[in-house]
Design a protein around this ligand. Structure first.
Ligand SMILES: [Zn+2]
Length: 220
């Protein structure tokens, strides 16, 4: 896999510090599964974070802090977490998806319950908590997503096929990391469908007539 598009430093910094919404963290983790370069950048960011933590002066804890932490540790794990890592690895190998996404979906892309949201476009909403939305888009060859800008940040990871837009050409493993300044209109540029994972931290804002018509259906 030849990866040409990677994350901004700010995104990897936010991932490293644990401050990304859940969907964005899954998307970043999925790219890292495939990308040696970004994995190396994150380990550097982690080291910087560790050095900063060590430089902070210690402060006295509340008397009951240890008891509160132990109570939290004793709480049962959510059922989803009980799946073993080995079954997640099996999912990843079987579906060809990166491990963090495979363990969250538990099925292949073709087995998902896709919902048609417009001409040549289907969506699967991961329905995760937190601000923004996390969804898979499945776009037919030659179809473009309506022109849109962003109120917040939008991360996209290509899982199948490819698309082109004002920012370049994006193939499997590539990520698009765009913020409020970017206005773009991706179009699927081969005869293979394109499936991508998209995570935002705020709703999208579509521009132009087609975009305004599509907005209620896409429901963002
Ligand atoms: Zn990368």
């Amino acid at each position: 896999m030849k990866i040409r598009h990677h994350f901004d430093d700010a995104t990897l910094m936010a991932y490293s510090s644990g401050s990304l919404p859940q969907g964005m963290a899954v998307l970043v983790g999925s790219h890292l599964h495939w990308c040696d370069e970004c994995r190396e950048r994150v380990s550097q960011t982690d080291r910087i974070g560790g050095d900063l933590l060590e430089a902070i002066e210690p402060v006295a804890m509340e008397p009951d802090a240890l008891a509160s932490i132990m109570a939290l540790i004793d709480q049962p794990e959510p059922e989803q977490k009980l799946r073993s890592l080995s079954s997640d690895r099996l999912d990843s190998a079987r579906t060809g998806l990166p491990l963090p996404l495979a363990s969250m979906l538990g099925s292949s892309l073709d087995e998902l319950d896709w919902r048609r949201i417009g001409y040549g476009v289907q969506q699967y909403d991961l329905k995760l908590d937190g601000p923004g939305a996390t969804r898979l888009l499945r776009i037919a060859p030659g179809v473009s997503v309506p022109h849109h800008t962003h109120r917040g940040n939008e991360l996209t990871l290509i899982l199948r096929g490819s698309y082109s837009d004002e920012l370049g050409r994006f193939c499997v493993g590539d990520v698009a990391d765009v913020d409020t300044e970017v206005k773009h209109q991706p179009i699927v540029d081969t005869d293979e469908e394109c499936i991508c994972l998209i995570a935002t931290d705020a709703p999208l804002k579509f521009t132009g007539l087609m975009g305004r018509l599509a907005q209620p259906f896409i429901g963002l």
